[in-house]
Design a protein around this ligand. Structure first.
Ligand code: FDA
Ligand code: NAD
Length: 399
């Protein structure tokens, strides 16, 4: 028993949605393309967790279906229900899963008021809990993207928020201490409390299975009506371990997004691809790279010879409260801050080996962000950091 397709997209997230759009734009016949997703809904824009589904018509949608094993030699996938689905070309778009507290030796993730945020079901759960917790206390575990964005939503919804994370400042993977301190001060002005440099050690759980308090390793205890956990992700590679080459925790692909098996491509959070600009392989966990790797893979599948190497400028952004920032490139090397850190527009450049490699801007206009992207891609030589600091944003605008 089984079904056969020319193209199979495994995963039903952002990258899957954009790959499907690209296939239909280029023309696939009815029944040629299939998307298999564990989720029960069609691909959607995860950042907004909106209900604007991405999918065009004419595609076989196999929803609510988990693939439990893959055989890249035979070109088959086996569903949890026992059906075999075969392909000529496979696009792996399995994304990532949220890391669980249990992986750090803390139990309690299954309590009814502990939430993670990765998909549509998670978002609905958080919304329901938030509604029942108005005026109550939330503890947010993790100081990364999920922690920062959820903390903002929680206080907007009149919940008292305490953020707990191990680093010295928020968004440690990207922000400098100076940038982080701006956002932390803003969050504090909105009532968010920060407990930094420690992690949770256990939960107090009542007889109904609800967390009532969070115990921290520094010995303190925080009362909690709900807990939101955002402690990072792991790419979903397990189906292909031992069959495809892995790198940076993901599936290694070349500049055409093709894995070590020429019939298998990987896109989105799960793909480790060459970033030409830096001359090295990176795995990015952001929506812009999910969209663009997906489009490029489909172009390479349908017009292999005509399609060049993927040439990507990493781009991350976030919108919190009324603030909004964008980042381009790489945050390595020396940092040059610029602008008004007591106002609403400021930024930073990263200079490595004498060249601009990364840039960050809060509160910019569309033109300013475009200029930042352009300047970062050009990687101009920088001789005088003090002069760059003096020029600030006009440096990017005049490159
Ligand atoms: P994604 O995780 O979207 O999709 C993976 C799909 O594969 C899922 O449908 C999953 O069910 C399916 N799957 C996995 N294993 C399977 C199996 N064995 N069988 C069947 N199906 C399987 N980025 C950004 O740049 N700006 C932003 O503002 C945000 N905001 C944001 C908010 C929230 C709440 C999240 C969780 C994430 C963001 N991101 C973001 C990150 C961005 O959403 C992320 O980079 C993309 O969703 C990655 O897209 P993928 O398609 O690779 O994975
Ligand atoms: P993250 O990697 O951004 O942050 C993880 C945070 O977890 C770290 O900053 C650290 O503070 C904390 N941490 C790690 N181990 C911990 C532990 N044992 N106990 C307590 N805290 C611990 O990951 P995330 O915030 O969970 O985000 C998940 C994914 O979603 C990422 O891939 C992210 O890129 C993506 N995302 C992106 C955006 C955006 O681009 N605007 C928004 C939301 C989510």
């Amino acid at each position: 028993m089984g079904r056969a397709f020319v193209y199979v997209i495994l995963g039903g997230g952002v990258a899957a949605g954009y790959a499907a759009l690209e296939f239909t734009k280029r023309g696939v016949s009815q029944g040629e393309l299939c998307i298999i997703s564990e989720e029960s809904v069609a691909p959607y824009e995860r950042p907004a967790l909106s209900k604007g589904f991405l999918l065009p018509e004419g595609i076989e949608l196999v929803l609510g279906t988990r693939i439990k094993s893959a055989d890249v030699r035979r070109k088959t996938l086996l569903t949890a229900a026992g059906e075999t689905i075969s392909y000529k070309i496979l696009i792996i778009a399995t994304g990532a899963r949220a890391l669980k507290l249990e992986e750090f030796g803390v139990s309690g993730s299954d309590a009814e008021n502990v939430c993670y945020l990765r998909d549509y079901n998670d978002a609905n759960r958080i919304l329901n809990l938030m509604q029942s917790c108005a005026g109550g206390n939330a503890v947010v575990i993790g100081g990364g993207y999920i922690g920062m964005e959820c903390a903002a939503s929680l206080v907007i919804n009149k919940i008292n928020v305490t953020m707990v994370f191990p680093e010295a400042h928020c968004m440690a993977r990207l922000f400098t201490p100076k940038i982080a301190s701006y956002y932390e001060d803003y969050y504090k002005s909105k009532g968010v409390q920060f407990i930094k440099g420690t992690v949770l050690s256990s939960f107090d759980i009542d007889s109904n299975g609800k967390v009532t308090a969070v115990n921290l390793r520094d010995g303190s205890q925080l009362p909690a009506d709900m807990v939101v956990v955002g402690i990072g992700i792991r790419p979903n590679t397990s189906l292909f371990e031992g069959q495809l080459t892995l790198d940076k925790g993901g599936i290694k692909v070349n500049g055409k997004l093709q894995s070590s098996n020429s019939s298998v491509y990987a896109v989105g959070d799960v793909a480790a691809f060459p970033v030409k600009l830096f001359g090295e392989t990176r795995r990015l966990e952001h929506v812009d790279s999910a969209r663009k790797t997906a489009r490029h893979a489909v172009a390479a599948i349908m017009e292999h010879e005509k399609t060049g190497e993927f040439d990507y400028l990493p781009f991350f952004y976030s919108r919190i409260f009324t603030m909004s920032w964008q980042f381009y490139g790489d945050n390595s090397g020396e940092v040059v801050h610029f602008g008004d850190f007591s106002g609403s527009t400021f930024g930073a450049y990263w200079v490595s080996k004498g060249h601009l490699v990364g840039s960050f801007l809060e509160g910019g206009t569309k033109e300013e962000y475009n200029a930042l992207a352009k300047a970062t891609r050009l990687k101009p030589a920088i001789e005088d950091l003090a002069e760059m600091e003096r020029q600030g944003l006009s440096f990017a605008l005049t490159v």
